[in-house]
Design a protein around this ligand. Structure first.
Ligand SMILES: CC(C)(COP(=O)(O)OP(=O)(O)OC[C@H]1O[C@@H](n2cnc3c(N)ncnc32)[C@H](O)[C@@H]1OP(=O)(O)O)[C@@H](O)C(=O)NCCC(=O)NCCS
Length: 240
């Protein structure tokens, strides 16, 4: 389902359960040999998804190892993102000739624990969450906002090398067309800056999950969110 909120030139693969017998490269296996079982499973299935997505781009399987800040390292000329939560794993990849920034996130459609919204959301974001609760109560907007912020971070960090705090992105969102916009408020310039600090993404509520995606095109860097403009977003993307 994640392909519904990604442009067609992004290769995406997802899994709703962990297949038996999925194989890791030795370098990957070493990374998680001491991890708990649930971590081993999410790590392994996400790598399976990532290798399927590499295959869709015509690239051979390879180990997918994290850098010092946890970001997955892709082959030269590839940008990508990984997500996992209970009952869902996914990877999305694209050629850097097509996509500059790419981030995906999945969260359960469940409320955040008490007190967390206040610690991750700006006052105006908290107001938007309260308003949207009245409009569409079947979506846990506090959790969705959290996922949007994680998605922003996962798209921004690999390109810019800049870590973001939760208050560095001011996110507004829409129920009808299932889009969101993140206006970054950066305390200092990143080492490498894309041409915009306004990212547009899309979200999807389906099967008890809240999925978010940001894809910023390389070819028209002034236009944020290739294929994610509200005009292009099908209204049916928000599925209960
Ligand atoms: C890194 C982080 C974004 C992961 O998000 P999450 O919702 O907890 O977990 P997910 O399962 O969706 O994603 C995990 C994957 O993110 C990827 N990831 C980790 N660090 C990353 C980074 N710095 N940049 C990009 N991707 C990263 C990894 O691929 C990881 O999976 P893996 O360890 O199996 O390879 C989150 O743990 C974090 O550190 N957040 C704080 C920073 C932040 O979000 N600030 C808000 C900015 S507005």
């Amino acid at each position: 389902m994640i392909e519904l909120i990604l442009p067609s030139h992004v290769a995406a693969s997802e899994a709703f359960r962990d297949p038996l017998g999925a194989v890791l490269f030795p370098s990957e296996r070493r990374l998680i040999e001491k991890a708990v079982d649930s971590r081993k499973r999410e790590f392994t299935t996400a790598r399976l998804c990532a290798r399927k997505a590499l295959g869709m781009l015509g690239l051979p399987p390879r180990p997918i190892l994290p850098n010092d800040h946890g970001a997955p390292q892709w082959p030269e000329g590839v940008v990508g993102s990984i997500t996992h939560c209970a009952g869902y794993r996914a990877a999305a990849l694209a050629r850097t000739t097509d996509v500059m920034l790419l981030g995906i996130d999945a969260e359960p459609n469940l409320p955040l624990p008490k007190g967390i919204l206040e610690s991750i959301a700006l006052p105006e974001e908290q107001r938007r969450v309260r308003r949207m609760r009245r409009v569409a109560p079947e979506v846990h907007w506090d959790r969705l906002l959290f996922g949007m912020k994680e998605c922003v971070y996962k798209s921004w960090y690999p390109y810019t090398g800049q870590r973001l705090e939760f208050e560095d992105a001011d996110i507004s969102f829409d129920a009808g067309v299932a889009t969101f916009t993140a206006q970054l408020r950066l305390p200092h310039d990143p080492p490498r800056r894309p041409s915009t600090d306004r990212l547009e993404g899309r979200w999807l509520a389906h099967k008890g999950l809240l999925i978010t995606a940001i894809s910023l095109a390389t070819t028209s860097p002034c236009k944020a969110g290739d294929g994610v403009s509200s005009a292009a977003a099908p209204p049916g993307v928000h599925i209960r």
